[in-house]
Design a protein. Structure first.
Length: 264
């Protein structure tokens, strides 16, 4: 039953995952196609020096003159994290709470499948889907770099894709945990989204406001994209992205196991 639930959940997501993958490839290739024109701009360095220092720190614009720095600033500072968060939070909110509201969960729980094992299985499905999207991102970066001469190494592309996968999994698991604990998709979706926005505001504020700077490392965005994830290697902070998401799921397990399930 567990294996069937896992495979069926992935099968049900195949079209959506394909569409998201095509979108990610298109975004990366379109942005990469701008690099030859950007790299040949006269006075690029002087132009970048005209930006305020907080903006330079926030978007890593001091690295903009390299292909790696260009994608870090253009894609990995905001756009790609947002795309991965939308993907993961949406699926996390539907994983348990969405199925409970639609009545599908009732069918699953009248079998021998326990709420705890179901939640863990759904968490594995979500992580697998996000990782699959990150693999697509990795391939798009490698292809874009080769086609348009960005000079991004395979290791750097892998590090960037890993960072997006980890931040997506953390917030996706948070949405799943909220949905499992409450049974309400809107709570899961809204709660995880609010937390993501608050985390990004903290990250931005730590770049601009000196008094907030010491608190910046607490933000998952700081842990995932500080300094630009392309070429960042494997920062120790990545561990916190996994731990925080896993802790949310584990905290929700006993609540989900004890509460009354709608329709059961």
């Amino acid at each position: 039953m567990l294996r069937n639930v896992f495979l069926k959940s992935l099968h049900d997501q195949r079209r959506g995952l394909l569409g998201w993958g095509i979108g990610i490839v298109a975004v990366v290739l379109l942005e990469s196609a701008l690099w030859p024109s950007i790299s040949n701009m006269a006075g690029l360095g002087e132009f970048l020096n005209s930006f305020p220092e907080p903006l330079v720190r926030l978007f890593n614009m001091d690295q903009f003159i390299t292909g790696t720095g260009f994608l870090n600033a253009e894609l990995f500072s905001m756009l790609l994290p947002i795309l991965f968060l939308v993907f993961a939070i949406g699926r996390g909110a539907r994983a348990v709470a969405g199925e409970e509201e639609s009545g599908v969960l009732e069918v699953l729980l009248i079998t021998r499948l326990s709420p705890i094992r179901l939640t863990l299985e759904k968490a594995a499905v979500l992580a697998t889907a996000v990782i699959a999207l990150a693999v697509v991102l990795f391939g798009a970066i490698v292809a874009g770099s080769a086609i348009f001469g960005l000079g991004i190494s395979i290791a750097a592309a892998a590090a960037g894709a890993l960072a997006m996968a980890l931040i997506g999994i953390e917030f996706g698991w948070l949405a799943l945990a909220l949905g499992a604990a409450t049974g309400r998709r809107i709570v899961a979706l809204g709660g995880a989204t609010v937390f993501a926005v608050a985390a990004y505001v903290l990250y931005v504020a730590s770049k601009i406001v000196d008094s907030v700077r010491p608190w910046g490392p607490l933000s998952p965005f700081h842990q995932a994209i500080e300094g630009g994830p392309l070429g960042a290697g494997l920062p120790v902070a990545y561990i916190w992205l996994v731990v925080a998401g896993a802790a949310a799921v584990l905290a929700a397990l006993p609540v989900f196991d004890r509460r009354d399930i709608a329709g059961v």
